[in-house]
Each structure stands twice: as C-alpha cells, then as structure tokens.
Design a protein around this ligand. Structure first.
Ligand SMILES: Nc1nc2c(ncn2[C@@H]2O[C@H](COP(=O)(O)OP(=O)(O)OP(=O)(O)O)[C@@H](O)[C@H]2O)c(=O)[nH]1
Ligand SMILES: [Mg+2]
Length: 195
C-alpha cells in the first residue's frame, strides 16, 4: 500500500460504537499503560510533532481518537490503563469502552500493544496481551523509550518482557523510541503487513 503519511488528521473522537467511523477502512489500535508513549508513537510514525496530543499528564486521552491516514487506514489512540488517580467508576467505563471496540470492531486489523522497555510488564500489560490472544486479535508488541536504555542492555530487557508476557514468538516484537525513531521502519512494516 502506498501511504502518504503527511496526509493525516484527527478524524473524530468517540466513546462508543454509535460514533465510530462508518466505513471499511482498516484500523490499527494503540493500547498500553497511561504514559507508555501511545500518542508519541502515533506522532513519530506520522512524522508530526503533536497530532496525537501528548503530555506529561497521564490519563489525558479519555476517548477513542480515530486518525485518518491518507484515506487508506486509521490509527486509533486508546486511553491508557493503569492510571491510579481515576475512580473505580471511570475505570469501569474505560473497560466497557475498550472491550466494545476490541471485541466488535470489524475494521480492526491489529493492536499495537505498547510496553515500557525499562520495566517488567505490569499486571495490566499481561492482562491486555492475554485478552488479545484470547480473542485472536493480531498483536504487535512495541517496547517504548528504548533511548533510555543503553543498546547493550536491550536484549536483556527484551527477554525479561517476553518472559513475563508469555510472549508468542509468532508475534512481532519491536524496540522503539519516539526520540531516536529507532524501530520506526520495522513498526511500519509490521503494521502494513496486517492491513
Ligand atoms: N525518552 C522518551 N520519552 C518518551 C517516548 N515516548 C513517549 N515519551 C514521553 O512519555 C510521556 C508520555 O507520552 P504519551 O505519548 O503522551 O503517552 P500516552 O501513552 O499517550 O499516555 P496517555 O495518553 O496518558 O495514555 C511524554 O512525556 C513523552 O514525551 C520515548 O520513546 N522516549
Ligand atoms: Mg495519549
């Protein structure tokens, strides 16, 4: 697929099915802990500074944000999980929103599941991976913030993450940095392959 990544925009934000875009374009969703770098991933992949809004403030993204890329595909930025300072009620609302999207959306081709390369995956990270495997949703694991780990230690961190996730070797695992752009080409290859 020929994609002009410069032709990208936020199409709409939605909390439920009735507001999702109504067409057949393939979608790639971004999932991960709050602050892991989902919005930064989108910006880096699209070579934009702040198309998907990022901030030091976790829990900023509250809705599913659909980004149109060249009228050929979409990224769907999903609110992060595991942010401590939200009420139980909000967490439940989040759970329903994300579950509805992931289990019913026919446009969904794969989920890019982001984890922080520096740390062992959280219980929520493990649960998300298990959820995606259970529903047989194709998954690409992207380990973010690789610039914060010396290259000589990347392997060690990668192995620890794979072990904790009970990683399926047939899935993609990509080391990524929004700062150095490491892993960007690999991530595009993996995504385009899923469309
Ligand atoms: N050094 C470094 N910092 C990063 C990287 N990716 C993201 N960050 C920083 O991490 C913080 C959070 O990034 P976001 O992209 O907003 O994270 P998010 O997953 O979208 O967070 P929520 O929308 O709250 O779920 C920001 O300060 C980013 O600049 C990376 O690859 N390297
Ligand atoms: Mg975000």
């Amino acid at each position: 697929m020929e994609l002009n990544i410069h032709n990208a925009e936020l199409l709409l934000s939605a909390a439920n099915k009735s507001h999702y875009p109504q067409d057949e374009l393939p979608e790639i969703a971004l999932a991960g802990r709050s602050n892991v770098g989902k919005s930064s991933f989108i910006n880096t992949m699209l070579n934009r500074k702040n198309l998907a809004r990022t901030s030091g403030k976790p829990g900023k993204t509250q809705l599913l944000n659909f980004f149109n890329i060249d009228d050929k595909m979409r990224f769907v930025d999903v609110p992060g999980y595991g942010y401590a300072r939200v009420s139980k009620k909000e967490r439940e609302k989040w759970g329903r929103m994300i579950e509805e999207y992931l289990t019913t959306r026919e446009n969904l081709r794969a989920v890019v599941s982001l984890v922080d390369l520096r740390h062992d995956p959280s219980a929520d990270d493990v649960q998300m991976y298990e959820f995606l495997k259970y529903y047989e949703i194709p998954v690409i694991i992207v380990a973010t913030k690789a610039d914060k780990i010396p290259r000589g230690k990347w392997n060690k961190h990668e192995s620890a993450i794979k072990k904790k996730l009970n990683f399926d070797p047939s899935d993609n695992f990509i080391l990524f940095s929004s700062v150095s752009k490491a892993g960007m080409d690999q991530a595009w290859d993996a995504i385009l392959e899923k469309l």
